[in-house]
Design a protein around this ligand. Structure first.
Ligand SMILES: C[S@@+](CC[C@H](N)C(=O)[O-])C[C@H]1O[C@@H](n2cnc3c(N)ncnc32)[C@H](O)[C@@H]1O
Length: 317
């Protein structure tokens, strides 16, 4: 079966351009992390997951192995699996043999990368019904009518929810919950607080892959906006903000920089920063509280022996 594909997100729209300009022109300039993910950005993220410093995929995989029976029991078989921010789709695909999905739905903003990943997966699992949705779920989540509403299990893996402050995460999780029935559930990854040195190394690896991932956002923006950001003017910064319990990634101007685009410009002083990512780190208690605020109740919380990462199964209240 060839996977069906629904493209709901286009990056060259007036709304996307306006969002980018508003962020760049703010006194504290910012770029939302979703703009990391053009084709190259998605490939760089895949490389990050292989870095020794970037612990989340390894630890999350360890939890999947250690609790495979319990996880399979909680999720059940023959469900509709909806993978949010699916990336290369590999994590959920690894569960196909035990979960035997009735349908697999991959949702991602990185449309070209998702199409490729899904075509590849379709060849590996020709008997599994698959559907791709190119969408930005930070603003809305309108699943196509072809997505079955029978026993839906949503996956939001990695530490993706951490990109959103509580004020942003709660509406996002509520959107998700509105797409769930009483029998449905959400398996979500939430990264936990740990020593600062471990956290900062994970977002500033020795090889410089995360720096490349962060700086690549400028190339992506140049394509969308027609701007003239130059890579050599910017350096990668990753710091833990203890008070806010989050890693922050920034791009810092190495000198005075003037960036222009059709109809606009922004002047940056030397050492001025653009904020490109937050990655919130939770405690088991703050993770439960966040889900609770969105009307989701934690049924199971699995963690690793070091307490680095939590995999949580939650259902609608
Ligand atoms: C940190 S990666 C995680 C990928 C994969 N789920 C994993 O755990 O390894 C985040 C993924 O979410 C996608 N993404 C980020 N923001 C998004 C948004 N607003 N809407 C849809 N997808 C988004 C990215 O393209 C990327 O594939």
């Amino acid at each position: 079966m060839t996977p069906q594909f629904f493209q709901q997100y286009e990056e060259n729209t007036a709304a996307v351009i306006a969002e980018l300009k508003t962020g760049l022109l703010a006194s504290d300039a910012q770029i939302a992390p979703k703009f990391f993910y053009d084709l190259l950005g998605s490939r760089l993220f895949a490389a990050i997951t292989a870095l020794p410093e970037y612990y989340p995929p390894r630890v999350e995989a360890e939890i999947f192995v250690n609790y495979s029976k319990e996880i399979a029991q909680a999720l059940g078989t023959h469900a509709t699996l909806i993978d949010l921010g699916a990336g290369n789709c590999e994590k959920v695909a690894r569960l196909f043999p035990i979960l035997q999905p009735a349908q697999y739905v991959a949702v991602d903003i990185s449309v070209d990368f998702l199409r490729d990943a899904l075509e590849h997966l379709g060849r590996q699992y020709p008997d599994t019904a698959m559907l791709g949705v190119g969408a930005d779920f930070s603003t809305q989540l309108d699943l196509p009518a072809d997505v079955s509403d029978k026993r839906r299990t949503f996956f939001y893996l990695g530490s993706s929810i951490g990109n959103f402050s509580a004020a942003e995460a709660v509406p996002l999780l509520e959107r998700l919950r509105r797409n769930m029935g009483a029998e449905d559930g959400l398996l979500i990854g939430m990264d936990l607080v740990k020593p600062i040195a471990t956290l900062e190394a994970a977002y500033d690896d020795a090889l410089g892959v995360t720096a490349a991932f962060n700086r690549n956002v400028l190339l992506h923006i140049n394509r969308i906006l027609g701007s003239d950001f130059r890579l050599e003017d910017w350096r990668h910064i990753a710091q833990f903000n203890t008070q806010a319990s989050r890693i922050e990634m920034h791009l810092e101007a190495l000198r005075e920089v003037r960036v222009t685009w059709p109809g606009g410009e922004r002047h940056f002083a030397a050492h001025e920063r653009m904020h490109t990512e937050n990655s919130y780190k939770y405690t088991p208690e703050s993770a439960r509280a966040l889900l609770q605020q969105a009307g989701l109740v934690v049924q199971q919380l699995w963690t690793d022996p070091m307490g680095y990462f939590a995999l949580i199964y939650a259902t609608p209240v």
